[in-house]
Design a protein around this ligand. Structure first.
Ligand code: ATP
Ligand code: MG
Length: 334
């Protein structure tokens, strides 16, 4: 599939494929994924657990090129005109942490407990920008202030365990922002936080994007969060993109039954009973040749199981992978 392309496009992923090792051999878990993220856009990747969101992110970051258990088998990841998948390790390292930065769900696993936060924020400033220790420290304090850490000049000498979970996420954001990245990937950055802190983090990310004009890929399994923070969304199912478009349009008028199911599963304010999609997604290597969602789809017809369904780009910029899309009238949310 082709993706929209313009002068303001920061990242284009084209037909990305990733395999993982299973007891039966290599299995494709990210298949033919294409997406584009504009400068200043927050692009949400959403889908059930195991749908390939994190592997897509890791492939974009160049983090699975040398793994025994996962490998990129095809596609392009274009940051500007540079295909990151074609770079040597040495050249890739020049981009990682500088042009590309990532925030993970659990900051304790990515922050080093043995170093102060100023050291950890300052490390990439010194490595990538050649700043002195003193300059890096001053910049670290500015960054901690920017992400809302009070008394930053004193707190920069603290170690990660001296911060609460929400504050550690802010520190992670400061680390990620250190070299003003062109692309920030946030993989479930608010999942482990309570709702109030989560709302504060989402607002902070929004304001940072507006101030810095970065492109952001925001990963979550929560369409409510997508609705709150993202401009555009790509919905994953079993390693494939099944729908994408502007968030408002996808939420108000989903065109794939899986997206409709996800929307119905978001708890409503009224007294409607909680709803879920019956069944579970196929395991890696156990996908059928037809539509992967068909076994769980209430609209499924015989033809859905016999033919692979291509992702079709509609005139209004939406992409949908459903053979019945033109005949269905699906329910969205306001
Ligand atoms: N290193 C690995 N080795 C083997 N299999 C893997 C590896 N990483 C991921 N997988 C498998 O690939 C599939 C996609 O995983 P991925 O982590 O991308 O899912 P996800 O959409 O991020 O899910 P979640 O919402 O739970 O984070 C899953 O079936 C997962 O078990
Ligand atoms: Mg994940």
């Amino acid at each position: 599939m082709t993706v929209q392309d313009s002068a303001t496009t920061a990242l284009r992923v084209k037909e990305l494929c990733v395999d993982v090792a299973t007891p039966e051999g290599w299995a494709t878990v990210v298949e033919d994924v294409s997406l584009a993220v504009d400068v200043g856009e927050i692009h949400g990747l959403v889908g059930e657990s195991g749908s390939g969101k994190s592997l897509t992110a890791m492939a974009i970051m160049g983090l699975i090129t040398h793994s025994q258990s996962a490998r990129v088998t095809g596609g392009e990841v274009l940051l500007g005109d540079v295909d990151l998948l074609k770079l040597s390790n040495r050249d890739l390292r020049r981009h990682q942490g500088k042009d590309l930065a990532m925030v993970f769900q659990e900051p304790m696993t990515s922050l080093n407990p043995a170093f102060t936060v100023a050291d950890q924020i300052g490390e990439s400033i010194r490595y990538h920008l050649g700043a002195s220790r003193k300059e890096a420290r001053e910049r670290s304090i500015e960054l901690l202030e920017e992400v809302g850490i009070a008394d930053a000049r004193r707190r920069c000498n603290d170690y990660p365990h001296q911060f609460s979970g929400g504050m550690r996420q802010r520190v992670m954001l400061a680390v990620a922002l250190a070299c003003e990245p062109r692309l920030l990937i946030a993989d479930e950055p608010t999942t482990a936080l309570d709702v109030t802190v989560q709302a504060q983090m989402l607002e902070l990310i929004r304001s940072l994007v507006e101030r810095h004009g970065m492109a952001v890929i925001f990963i979550t399994h929560d369409l409510g969060v997508i609705a709150e923070i993202c401009d555009r969304t790509t919905v994953f199912y079993a390693g494939q993109v099944i729908e994408s478009g502007l968030v408002g349009e996808v939420i108000k008028g989903p065109r794939h039954p899986y997206t409709e199911g996800l929307l119905r599963s978001v708890p409503a304010d009224d007294d409607l009973p909680l709803w879920w999609i019956d069944g579970s997604p196929p395991l890696p290597g156990q996908v059928s040749s037809g539509c992967r969602f068909s076994p769980r789809c209430e609209y499924s017809k015989n033809e859905c199981d016999t033919h692979a369904v291509p992702l079709r780009l509609s005139a209004d910029g939406r992409a949908i992978r459903c053979a019945l899309a033109d005949d269905l009238s699906l329910n969205g949310r306001d």
